[in-house]
Design a protein around this ligand. Structure first.
Ligand SMILES: [Zn+2]
Length: 296
């Protein structure tokens, strides 16, 4: 085990205890810090809310900064180990209770049965950061870094957050709320756009609407709903480069013939059937002219 792996693995002990101290029945199923790699991974057999993980990460750093001594104890078996350390952490599934037990003690903060190698003092670890949290099938997977790599990561993340806050003239704490507000406003204007299109379709005598600068694909759900309520109508939407025609069940517009005529004049490339037509157009004014007599 190299020095970086020892740092990462020792930090994991403190983090696991911090999670446990939050009153959660934490059971680290597996942690990969004993394998060489850039970051540590802890798999926990339950869904842990992000706030709790953040709290545990803070507590971990508080403990690390206390320069706690890390020491080893050997016991003949689990019973003897528990006699001395009744708050011992160990993995039920992976430990031989009859065999010899090695306990790693970190100050008076954590006692854990472990066979791996550790640093001698938490001061050697420095910083601990959680880099990613994933929820999968009722389990939580937490990626983390410790030591120099954690410090490098923290600076990068801090600068990225600073960037966002400077660009938007917000404090870092306001960013989440700002994004939530934006999402709500976007949803509101989508709804307004939908209502407006429905109004246009209901009020307008012509069923051909030229919507310049509008993505037609986004309007199709509204048109479909409108045609369900108004099965006698046929609707054509055009923008600078696209055309979309759809008719209701009771409308008799001959979409196929319209499509073939447009194709014959090289005005349209795309697909069509009895009910719909969609594709690219070459000249919006000429297409509009060409379909005027068809759509009714
Ligand atoms: Zn260990």
């Amino acid at each position: 085990m190299d020095e970086e792996s020892k740092i990462l693995h020792s930090a994991e002990h403190v983090f696991a205890r911090s999670l446990q101290n939050l009153g959660l029945d934490i059971h680290v199923r597996k942690a990969d810090t004993d394998e060489p790699g850039d970051f540590g991974k802890a798999f926990i057999k339950e869904t842990i809310p992000i706030e709790k993980i953040e709290e545990a990460a803070e507590s971990t750093n508080t403990e690390l900064s206390k320069n706690l001594e890390i020491s080893e104890y050997e016991f003949e078996n689990m019973a003897k180990a528990l006699e001395k350390f009744n708050k011992l952490r160990f993995n039920e599934d992976r430990i031989d209770k009859e065999g010899r037990i090695r306990v790693i003690k970190i100050g008076d903060f954590d006692y854990s049965a472990c066979k791996h190698q550790h640093v001698k003092n938490t001061g050697e670890i420095g910083l601990f950061v959680v880099t990613k949290v994933k929820y999968l099938g009722g389990e939580t997977e937490i990626d983390f870094l410790a030591g120099k790599k954690a410090a490098e990561y923290a600076i990068k993340q801090s600068n990225a957050a600073l960037d966002v806050s400077m660009h938007n003239n917000l404090s870092i704490n306001q960013i989440n709320r700002f994004i939530d507000d934006l999402k709500a406003r976007l949803k509101g204007s989508e709804k307004e756009g939908e209502d407006l299109l429905r109004l246009l379709l209901s009020e307008s005598k012509s069923s051909i609407l030229v919507l310049k600068g509008v993505k037609l694909s986004e309007k199709m759900p509204t048109v479909s709903k409108f045609l369900k309520d108004n099965p006698d109508r046929c609707v054509a939407l055009l923008n600078e480069t696209q055309i979309f025609i759809s008719r209701g069940e009771k409308n008799s517009t001959d979409i196929k013939t319209a499509a073939e005529n447009l194709k014959a004049e090289n005005l349209f490339i795309g697909s069509y059937d009895d009910m719909h037509l969609s594709g690219k157009l070459t000249d919006v004014d000429r297409v509009k002219e060409a379909i005027l007599d068809f759509i009714h």
